[in-house]
Design a protein around this ligand. Structure first.
Ligand SMILES: [Zn+2]
Length: 297
């Protein structure tokens, strides 16, 4: 498969800022229990509020966001913000940083819930509510989607039907590809922009947690390898997943800034939003027309 990034860049670098603080599970928001994802690994089995974890998430909004967005502003880089819609509703100051920085907002769902357990009607309504909410908060409807946890058998078809241009619940490659899904109006192509978990800053939270130096080394090794491999004529994509409450900590933000400096020290790298990456791919590789053609590799 041949395709080109703008200016024949070797590598498209996609920084992904997850914004989900305030969308995690909580008794306060009518959930059956507190959020199980906790930096300390505390998974409460009883239905009480976990005030400590809730406030630890809020760190991302109150303190982390400024550091993270400042790093990208200094570097003049456009990122993709994968936002749980209700987190943006509750954080107008973060929305201002997204909009003023020209970042793309991709939908990370209405909020953190088990989308994989939904019926078709409920999932369609969930996606629509996320679109409507993000359109109100940021001024633009999202054109990309990232699920929390798993998704259903029909999520991708619903996304294509509802006008999404790309889907990022995929970890299968270092380049985008096409998929074709069956919708009520017939087969529809959608660009798959694969994400990556190995470089994600959640490695700071998982045991054994990375140090900032280990995370930076791993991210640079990934970048350098993909950059070198593009010698074969196939441009590559690298994704770096970030969270305001994780990389936005004072002891970690320097690792991100050092990674950005490394990226910007190399020629022929295109730092872009995932929507721009999806569009560069789709304008370079014609969409397959039938659902029998699953991939254009
Ligand atoms: Zn997430």
């Amino acid at each position: 498969m041949t395709f080109e990034w703008p200016n024949k860049a070797r590598l498209a670098m996609s920084f992904v800022i997850n914004i989900e603080e305030g969308s995690e599970m909580s008794i306060l928001r009518g959930d059956k229990g507190p959020e199980p994802v906790d930096e300390l690994g505390v998974a409460l089995k009883i239905p009480i509020r976990n005030y400590a974890n809730e406030s630890n998430y809020q760190y991302g909004i109150r303190a982390g966001a400024k550091r993270v967005f400042r790093a990208f502003e200094k570097a003049q880089i456009k990122t993709t913000v994968t936002a749980a819609a209700q987190s943006l509703e509750a954080a107008p100051e973060v929305v201002r940083m997204i909009v003023e920085g020209g970042h793309e907002t991709c939908s990370h769902g209405l909020r953190w819930v088990h989308q994989f357990s939904f019926t078709e009607d409920r999932e369609r309504a969930f996606i629509q509510k996320a679109i409507d909410s993000i359109k109100v908060t940021t001024g633009l409807r999202p054109l990309g989607w990232l699920s929390r946890y798993l998704h259903t058998d029909i999520t991708r078809a619903l996304l294509a039907e509802m006008g999404f241009e790309y889907h990022m619940d995929d970890f299968s490659d270092d380049t985008p590809h096409w998929d074709v899904v069956d919708t009520p109006k017939g087969p529809k192509p959608i660009v798959i922009v694969p994400y990556a978990l190995d470089t994600n800053d959640m490695k700071f939270w998982l045991a054994p947690g990375y140090t900032p130096e280990q995370w930076l080394d791993y991210a640079i090794a990934t970048f350098d390898q993909l950059y070198a491999e593009a010698d074969d004529g196939v441009p590559r994509l690298m994704s770096l997943g970030l969270h305001l409450r994780i990389i936005g900590r004072p002891g970690r933000i320097g690792a991100l800034e050092n990674f950005i400096s490394h990226v910007q020290s190399k020629p022929d790298v295109w730092c872009a939003s995932r929507l721009d990456i999806a569009r560069a791919f789709s304008s370079s590789v014609p969409a397959p027309t039938s659902a029998t053609v699953m991939e254009t590799k």
